[in-house]
Structures are given as C-alpha cells and as structure tokens.
Design a protein around this ligand. Structure first.
Ligand code: CRA
Length: 853
C-alpha cells in the first residue's frame, strides 16, 4: 500500500527499475550519474579512486534494491531468521565480490573500459574491511555469504570499529610496527547509515531485584549512550536474497552539552560524547586465538589490586561486548513485537548464534528484557533463552580451560549491576539442579559454577554460554571431541551427549576460488561443462577423471605458474628480493603465534640453508629450489624479528639465491591472501597437535590446488580423510602424546635432536646477525619447557619436508595430487557447514525471494 497516488508510485518504481538493467550502457549511465551527482566531479577531474567510488555506489544501488525486496518479503512472510552475533567480520573487499554475486562483472569491466579505466586498477582503490583478527572473523564473513546464497533469512550483528585490524609495517630491524587503519577515511560506499534507528544503551546505574526470587527487577540511572546502526547488504550468489550485516557505532546521547559550554567548561561539554564514541573506536587486536598465550598474564593482572582500579582496556572491551549485544537484542525484540505473538513463540522466529563467548552477555540481557521489561515468569524466560541460543566454541587450546573468557565480578557489577544479579540467580537455580542430579558433590558444584572463587571472583562466560544454549559445537571433529573431553566434561554428564555436536568449518568457494583464482575457475567450468560447482562444491569430484590426463595436467600446471608469476611480481615490487620463478612456493600465512609454530618453519629453513651450503654447486642444482613465504600479524609486543633476520642472510647469499629465498610479506590481509593462496605449491599448518581448533586457510590452499604439510590437528585431519593421506604431508606427535611430552620437558628428561642442535649452533655463531633476536625463541625451547614441542616434532618435520622435495621432482605425479586435492574439497564448503547449522541447530528453512517481489 502506497502513501499518495499509487499510479505515480508504480510508474516511478518502473522507471527506476531501468537503472537496474545489466547492459553496458545502463552501467555506464549509472557510474556517470554518481560521478556527476553524488561525487560532484567533472569528467576531466576523475581519478581511479573517484571511479571506484562511483562504480561501487552504483553496485550498492543494485544491492539496496534487492535488500529492500528481501527484507520486505521476509517481514511479510513472518519467516524465522538467523542472527549471527560475531564481534568480528573480516570481509575484505566488497566490490569484486558484489559484482560477481550479482552477475554484473562483465558489463562493469566493459563499461569502465569505455570510460577510460581498467577494472582491476579501479578495484585496487578499495580498502579492505578489516573488522577482524583472523579465522573467526573470516569464518563469519564466509557464513554470511553462504546464508544469502542458500536463501536463509539472516542478519549478522557486529560493531563498526573506526579502526579495524592495524596495518603492519616491518621496520629496518625486522620488527613489526603497528599503524592505524583508517578504513573509513574515504567513506565506505558499502554501508547504509540508519541514523533514525539508533538505540539507547544504559551503562552503570542502580539495580534492584524483584520481591520474590524470580520476580522482575529494575535498572535505572547511570549513563545512556547511543548505538547507531550502519547496514551492509550481503548478496547471495545467483539469487535475489540479500541479507544484512548490521554494524553498531557508539555515539554520545547529547553530542554537545550547551549548558556546560555556556558555563565556560568546553571540555566537560564534549567529554561524555567522547567517552561514548571511544567504545567503537578500535578492534581489539590480541583476542581470538591469541588469548592462548596471554592467559597467564591476564590472570595475574586481574588478581592485582582490582577493586578500585579497573584496567581501562578491559573495561572498554566489556563495554564493547555489552553495547553490541544490547543493541542487537533490542533490534531483534522490536522486530518480534511487531508479530504480536506470545513471548513463548520467540524461539520459533529467532535463532541466535553466539560466535565464541564474546556475545554471552546476550543471555542475561534477554533474561532481563523478558523478566524485567516484559513481565515474563523467570522459568518461562529461561526456557525461551535456551531454545533461542546456540554457542560455538573456537578455542583449540587443548587441555586449557584457563584460556576461556572470564570477567571479574566487580567489573560486571560496576558496569552492568542488573546483569550481575541475573547471572547470580541463573547460577543459583542451575547449581540447585546440579545438586539434585549429583547430590553431595561439592567439588562438582565448584567446577561447574558460573562463578570462579578467588580475588576477585570471576564469571566463567563459557559456562554461561553452555547452560544458556540448546546446542554447543566445536569447529572440527577433533576439536569437538576435545570440547567434550577437556573443556566441558561435567556439562556433558549433566545435559547428555546430544547437547554437544560438531560442525566442521567451511569456506566460501565464491571468494576463495571463483573470485581469487579466475583462471582455475574457468578451467574447472570448462572441464565440468557447467558452473554448478560454484553452488554445489561436491561437483568438483568430476575433475577426478582428468587427474592423469596429460593435456589437462598441462593446463592446470600453467595456471599455477601464472599465479606464481603474479605473486613473484608482487614480491619483487614490494620487497628487494629477486625470486626464482620456478621455485616451489612454500607458504605460511596466518596470525603469528607461538602455538602455530612459525618458529618450527623458520628453524627448518635454516636447516635447509645449512644443508645447501654443504653441497657442491652441481649438487645444489639437483635440489628442488624453494621460495619460503611468511606473512601474518602478531599481537602488539609479540616478538618476530627472527624470520626477517634469517631472510636477510639467506637472500644476500649469492651461492644460494637460486635455490632458496625467504620473504616476509608485510600487512597480511584478505586481499593479500587472494594473491598468495592461488600461487602456493605447499602451505604449512603445523600447530602443536590439539591447539588449532580448525584452521580454515588449510581449506583455501587445498581448494586452490596447493598441497599441505601439517600436523594431525584441527581440520587437517578431516581434509586428509577427504583428499587421501597420500596427498598430505603429515608429521609430528598426536594430541594424545602432548601431555606426556610436556611432562618430560618439565622433568628435564627431554631429548634434543642433533639437527636442531646444528641449527642452534649456526644461530649462536652469528650467521644470522646478532643472535639476540633469537634469544626469546631459544629460551622457550631450551631454557623454558618447550611448551609447543618444537624439539619433539623437529626431526619428523624435516623428514616430511624431504618427502615434499621428492614428490615435487616428479611433476606429473605432483600435478595429479593437486588435481585430486581440489576435486575432493567439496565437503569444506561453507554452504555445507551452514546447511548443517540450519538443520541441526537453528531449525530454519530457505526462503526464495520471488522475482515479482
Ligand atoms: N583463531 C581458531 O584458533 C579456527 C577459527 C574459526 C579460531 C581457528 O583454528 O579456524 O577460530 N579461534 O573457527 C578463535 O578465534 C576465539 O577463538 C581463530 O580464529
């Protein structure tokens, strides 16, 4: 129903629909419209950035049209929606992806060409949306792509950080320097500000309990800040569904206090607004897997002189979590109220997924809304909560419950007094149930309690997430087993096996093959005679029959060479290293972290260097030449200069240059991954067994016809199951061995292999400059207790690398392996993972948006 003249509306809509046509002329007209009107530029005054902005805005217009149709249809049909709460969405660039998903890349390419610009150069003006640290954030981005592609009604909810993950610069000492990432500087064409839909969020204040144990309480006073939504449309591939990522930006409620200003206090006039805006100023760069090594530090800090002296950084993180969760739930509940259904029907319309424990405050927040604001009885509210939430655990920290997120009780009391009461009450009723089921077992009650005793007391967010959800899942088969065995065994006994499940991670083939490796995608389409594999990745199986076909192998190999060349050009244009284009490219790109063992890799590189040095020049020619590529950001303060010290010596050695070079590529990002991954022959996934929950880059490399060297950890195990053990270079101890080996180190009974000692001697001789940069590493291995078992896995790592060399010499059999690898990666599609969540956890159905909508 239109306001005013229906005919006028319909005619206007029809006229506007012409701007959505996909022919080159329409595209050109749209781009010029934005150049002239939105950006107010004349054609003689247009550069690549302007063209990018204009083209992006015109793509955005198309997205918004579909977005509107999708949202309207979902609302009309009263569909059940998925809400994916993730503190990180590592989206990368949007332009290319949006064009491909909308099926308009060709007209944009042609249109831009006629207007005097090259699509690739124009695309290069886009900045990555770096709103995440690593795997967890990129997983969220892949899942949103799949949700839209599968026509599942879904929202992502996150924060709109003004600064995403920092930009990494490597200084002349080889150390990381972090610089800010002002990604919003040139404005962001992919977001739609919704200034009218801001939500008021309370912090601090006073809370009261209800008059009986389960009654409604109150929360008043304190400080109110605004959460302003900015929406990012997420188009499905080849479908009309366009879902939404709603990002919240914090704002002061009164941006300027005129009374205070008039009284002469300018600073006070803006202070409150400043404080509010600080909440979404920056993404925390050392969360995610990085909690792993820092947990001891965190513990020490928190037990220190806490009461009055909150660690400001930590309080800010809690504010981030609450603002995000409260704004999102407010939004979800507002949408639900419009349905005029009883609250008990809430889980029939809403499935909320907690991406790790970061959004766990959503559980007490929904309780607060239901009990305090909506007058629902406590038990009914708790039932609604449990039926609504699902919780995914992502911490592969084997055997380390200490790595789970915990918040100090005084901090929560100070910021969220009513939530602390609710958490205590949830805990009291929960422990009553535990007591009923396991009478007189005080140790069990202490273990399972939401509160950890100590000074200060801590709230165990993972326990809250487990008891407030109807399903808990890990992210790979091994990890999900460890979640039950090591993290939550008491909860398995309490709630039964069925509450715990596995959903192995997946990746979207749209970005991670179709978009980043267009030549390989084209060859696959040609061989299969269809593009259906993009939507049904199991169809790659059809490539198997070409694995030994010489002609196909040749085309396959020449595409790898082209991708290698592209990476080599990138390396030569960004570093001063000259590389051998025929070298086997051996890659390790991921967050730099002790448990991921970049150190094992670099020590292996040194061993290779020493071995090459011992050979005569003609003998060296028979060894497979190698290019070792490293990349990744470290948590600020984490030491990593040793990789650069090694690369300096090796790359300067004229005798070795042809046979081995080592580069560290600065500022690893989604966009850089899109260049590196298609070029890799071998990639390293070499974490200590049991520490990497899943890993997802392993899937991306394998999908792009790269072989893996790795430990029996995370998803490596299932990848090998799918593609065949003979196609993976496995090494190292298994998870079950880890505790015993660690004990041996602690007892001083560990053996250090001679190859490792040889490497250490070379380092100590000063071969790689001042040995000082290696001291922290050598200390953890020798002085400390080699917690990550570098010494225990070193020999078998070198052996696996020798097997790689042997395999690479027989090129035809190597290429055959790589074809099998790609062909068998179907099960690692995020489409499969998302369907599994939809069926087993969310209970949602696809909803096709009709053409007429
Ligand atoms: N660092 C795990 O460590 C996993 C991703 C996505 C991680 C990875 O092994 O692939 O999650 N964990 O499931 C994490 O962020 C908070 O924990 C990661 O990204």
């Amino acid at each position: 129903i239109f306001p005013g003249d229906a005919k006028a509306w319909k005619a206007a809509i029809a006229k506007n629909a012409e701007t959505l046509k996909k022919d080159v002329e329409t595209v050109e007209a749209q781009i010029s419209h934005h150049v002239h009107t939105t950006l107010a530029r004349a054609p003689f005054n247009v550069d690549e950035l302007t063209m990018y902005q204009a083209a992006a805005l015109s793509v955005r217009d198309r997205l918004i049209a579909r977005w509107n149709e999708t949202q309207t249809f979902h609302t009309q049909q009263r569909v059940k929606r998925v809400y994916y709460l993730s503190l990180e969405f590592l989206m990368g660039r949007q332009f290319d992806n949006a064009m491909l998903n909308l099926g308009v890349k060709k007209p944009y390419n042609d249109g831009l060409k006629q207007l005097g610009f090259n699509l690739e150069d124009v695309s290069d003006s886009e900045r990555d949306m770096g709103l995440g640290n690593g795997g967890l954030g990129r997983l969220a981005a892949c899942y949103l792509d799949s949700l839209a592609t599968l026509d599942i009604p879904a929202f992502g909810y996150t924060l709109r950080y003004q600064q995403g993950i920092f930009r990494q610069i490597i200084n002349s000492n080889g150390e990381q320097v972090e610089v800010p990432d002002p990604w919003l500087e040139n404005t962001n064409p992919w977001e739609i500000p919704r200034l009218d839909a801001a939500v008021e969020i309370r912090l601090h204040g006073e809370a009261t309990r209800g008059d009986n144990a389960k009654g409604a309480g109150t929360w008043t006073g304190g400080l109110e800040v605004l959460a302003v939504p900015y929406d990012i449309p997420v188009p499905g591939f080849g479908t009309k569904t366009t879902n939404n990522i709603r990002t919240w930006s914090a704002r002061g409620k009164v941006s300027f206090d005129l009374a205070k200003f008039n009284a002469g206090d300018y600073e006070a006039a803006v202070r409150e607004a400043e404080e509010a805006e600080t909440i979404t100023r920056v993404l925390y760069p050392n969360e995610a897997s990085l909690r792993h090594a820092t947990y001891i530090l965190v513990q020490v800090e928190l037990t220190h002189d806490f009461e009055q002296n909150f660690d400001k950084g930590k309080a800010l993180r809690l504010k981030q979590q609450y603002l995000w969760v409260a704004a999102s739930l407010h939004d979800i509940c507002r949408r639900f109220r419009k349905l005029r259904e009883p609250w008990t029907a809430f889980p029939d319309y809403n499935a909320i997924q907690l991406n790790d424990t970061h959004p766990t405050l959503a559980i007490p927040e929904l309780m607060r809304i239901l009990v305090d604001e909506e007058g629902q009885p406590w038990d009914e509210a708790w039932d609604i909560v449990r039926r609504t939430f699902g919780y995914t655990n992502h911490t592969g920290a084997a055997l380390m419950t200490e790595a789970l997120e915990r918040w100090a009780v005084p901090l929560i009391e100070w910021l969220l007094p009513r939530h602390m009461q609710i958490i205590y009450d949830i805990n009291a009723f929960f422990l009553e149930e535990v007591e009923k089921k396991f009478p007189n077992d005080r140790a069990r009650l202490a273990r399972m309690s939401l509160i950890e005793e100590g000074y200060p007391k801590m709230v165990r967010m993972a326990h809250l997430a487990v008891i407030g959800s109807h399903r808990v899942n890990g992210v790979a088969a091994l990890h999900s087993r460890l979640v039950k065995q090591d993290l939550f065994p008491d909860f398995v006994e309490m709630f039964g096996q069925d509450r715990f499940t596995n959903v192995t991670n997946g990746i979207t083939a749209r970005r991670w093959l179709y978009q980043c490796n267009p030549q390989l995608a084209a060859l696959i389409t040609q061989a299969l005679g269809t593009e259906e594999w993009i939507l049904d990745l199991d169809k790659l199986k059809g490539l198997e029959k070409y694995a030994r076909d010489k002609k196909f192998q040749k085309e396959w190999a020449s595409i790898k060479q082209a991708n290698r060349d592209r990476l080599c050009e990138y390396i030569e244009s960004t570093t001063d290293v000259k590389v051998n284009r025929k070298a086997l490219i051996d890659v390790q790109v991921k967050r730099i972290h002790e448990y991921k063992r970049q150190s094992l890799n670099i020590l292996g590189v040194i061993f290779r260097y020493l071995t090459l040095k011992k050979l005569k020049p003609e003998e060296r020619k028979r060894v497979v030449p190698r290019l070792s590529v490293f990349g990744g950001k470290a948590a600020p303060g984490y030491y990593m200069a040793n990789i650069n010290a090694v690369s300096k010596t090796i790359n300067a050695d004229k005798d070795i240059r042809e046979h081995l070079s080592v580069v560290f590529l600065a500022d690893y990002s989604v966009s850089l991954a899109e260049i590196i991954i298609p070029a890799s022959d071998l990639s390293e996934h070499i974490s200590t067994a049991g520490t990497e929950a899943s890993g997802t880059s392993n899937m991306k490399f394998a999908l792009n016809s790269g072989l893996l060297i790795g430990t029996l950890d995370g998803a490596n195990i299932e990848i090998a199951e799918a593609i065949g053990d003979e196609n993976v270079f496995f090494f190292g101890n298994v998870t079950e061995d880890v505790p015993r080996l660690r004990r041996a180190h602690q007892a001083g009974e560990a053996q250090y292999p001679p190859e490792l000692m040889e490497v250490v001697d070379a380092i100590r001789s000063g071969m790689f400059g001042d040995g000082g940069v290696f001291e922290p590493l050598l200390n953890t291995i020798f002085g400390g207790k080699d917690y990550y078992l570098i010494s225990d896995d070193f020999t078998s790592y070198l052996e696996a690398q020798r097997m790689v060399d042997v395999a690479f010499v027989d090129q035809s059999s190597w290429v055959e392996k790589t074809i099998h690898t790609t062909a068998r990666m179907g099960r690692f599609a995020s489409d499969r993972a998302v369907m599994q969540y939809a069926d087993e956890i969310w209970n949602v159905e696809p909803v096709k948006i009709p053409d007429s909508a």
